[in-house]
Design a protein around this ligand. Sequence first.
Ligand code: G4P
Length: 281
Amino acid sequence: ATIQWYPGHMNKAKNQIQEHLKLVDAVLEIRDARLPLSSANPVLDQLIQSKKRIIILNKQDLADSSQTKKWQEYLHQQQIMSLAIDAQHTNHLQIIVQALEKLMAAKLQKFRRSGVKNYTIRAMCIGIPNVGKSTILNKLAGKNVAVTGNRPGVTKNQNWIKTKSQIELLDTPGVLWPKIDDQTVGLKLALSGAIKDSLVSAMDLAIFALEYWQHYYSPQLQAAYHLNNTDVTLSSDKLLIKLTQQFGFKDDYERTALKIIQDVRKGVLGRYTLDMVNEIE
Ligand code: G4P
């Protein structure tokens, strides 16, 4: 089954974000560090145009750190500022404010030089559902702010989160839909929990995960499920059958599939990145 967004919703979200973009100087584009490419939406590039941007690779605690490093190098080459963070387990996200200060240094300097007082630099968070936008905003606000649900677009009433410096952040994030232009992107988003499980079959998802781990993270797969070198070279369906026996699930392959998916998400299969930097064409 394909995953679709209705054009009407897309346009509404786009327009709402566009309205809010008029209020800000810079954009914090939040992505999932495990999916530096698949959790982005190219529409954002059109929307923000010449606005300054920082790409935040959030959930770095779950991602393969060597890949995160490579992604940051790649973004740096593209002259895009990026930050890798773990918003959930970090209490102080001052690093984001500092990065914004650096990004907006020229403008801040101009204000200071010309003697303007009470100036502010404003920014907003934008990203697809579940990348951690609310977590980041709540931590920056130091309290629970009213953050929108995971509906594309943004709400009407905005408040500004004040920081210790001249930076202010819109307390409601812009929610973009993920761009699912092929089945693999859909599977990656589903595996990371970014889109609803019901959109993809558990079996397809587990087979995809096994294939991916057999290819990229075979030692982690072996360690997690006590497999030998030959096991990990089996075809993914054969491996799923073997695991079903091993788990004592009789011939309940669906149960095995669900366990594999849960294990991936819980980190039983180690830290992982689902978009490899060397795969960018
Ligand atoms: P959103 O506003 O972009 O939709 O995302 P939100 O902040 O609600 O975060 C989605 C889930 O991701 C939350 O889990 C949150 O705790 C988790 N999360 C956010 N930042 C990080 C991070 O840096 N590392 C890790 N490991 N998790 C992070 P949740 O509400 O418990 O949902 P779930 O556990 O059911 O997915």
